[in-house]
Design a protein around this ligand. Structure first.
Ligand SMILES: Cc1ncc(COP(=O)(O)O)c(C=O)c1O
Length: 290
């Protein structure tokens, strides 16, 4: 299955049935992973949590000294145009990438390259069964660089960890640095102990997920105590509930870690409450909630 027909390509709407995007061999995104990206959820043709994604994107660019001539408002307008042009009404994602541009290959970048920007839509269903019953994960050493707060294209440690998890029949890898649980390979992580939610602080060791931020705001609204505090793997085994969060994961319960069940592999009540409240942010009809 391919992405939808019209793509946003360097300021133009390209019809991929007539024309394919051309990527130069010396595009720095290709050669160095010198760029940033966002994955934005689309529910029934509607962009979800768009503004925080765009804010994070511009922050990532700033941290990478990557300057785009497009304003946030212009970028947002072109994403709406992308949806409209494809007449997209389903569940999917928009993948949006901005890389440094084309330059003769040397490590040092100069500021005269024009950034390459593209975005496309791909259909993606909600992982409803995993959300209902939970998933299994493995632990993996967190060997990433120390600027995990930047959503850069450099994802090899995440890619390797995720692939290892899949080979072991698991849906996610829980990353551990110096004994501390940081986050998943493509998600953030929370645990519940004695009614309080815990998650790693939003510093340089994790990506401050948009769904993470949303869940933190929901916890405040629902009067669930929350601590942005680090914890260890043995705390996960002793937790009352655990879940990952992410744009495509939503609120994803963790039932087994490295083959051991957490709380008999059941999805806990606080996780269910957050799932239900999260779902209300994009849907008024209920799918499996009663
Ligand atoms: C390393 C990492 N952490 C966390 C997340 C979750 O972020 P978000 O909620 O913005 O999707 C992602 C998403 O891809 C990720 O790659």
């Amino acid at each position: 299955m391919k992405y939808e027909r019209f793509i946003l390509w360097n300021g133009k709407m390209l019809d991929t049935t007539n024309e394919q995007p051309h990527i130069d061999l010396e595009e720095r995104g290709l050669q160095f992973g010198d760029g940033v990206y966002e994955v934005i959820r689309v529910y029934k043709g509607t962009l979800h949590l768009l503004d925080p994604h765009i804010t994070r994107l511009y922050r990532s660019m700033e941290e990478m000294e990557l300057t785009l001539s497009l304003s946030k408002a212009e970028l947002i307008a072109s994403l709406y145009e992308l949806l409209a042009k494809n007449q997209f009404q389903e569940d999917g994602i928009i993948y949006l990438q901005i890389s440094r541009g084309v330059q003769p290959r040397v490590h040092t970048f100069s500021f005269d390259a024009t950034p390459t920007i593209y975005a496309y839509i791909r259909k993606k269903e909600r992982p409803a069964l995993w959300i209902e019953y939970g998933i299994r994960a493995i632990t993996e050493p967190d060997v990433r660089w120390l600027r995990c707060d930047i959503k850069s294209l450099n994802l090899i440690p995440n890619v390797l960890a995720s692939t290892k998890a899949e080979r072991k029949g698991c849906k996610e890898a829980l990353l551990v640095r110096n004994g501390i649980v940081t986050e998943g390979s493509h998600s953030n992580f929370f645990l519940v102990k004695n009614g309080t939610l815990y998650t790693h602080p939003a510093n340089h060791l994790i990506l401050n997920g948009i769904v993470r931020q949303y869940i933190i705001s929901l916890a405040h609204t629902l009067h669930i105590p929350l601590q942005e505090e680090s914890f260890r793997v043995h705390d996960v085994y002793k937790a009352d509930e655990c879940f990952f969060t992410g744009t495509t994961f939503e609120v994803m319960p963790l039932t087994h870690l490295d083959g051991t069940a957490i709380q008999n592999g059941q999805v806990g009540p606080i996780t269910k409450l957050l799932q239900k409240t999260f779902m209300q942010s994009f849907s008024t009809s209920s799918v499996f909630w009663s």
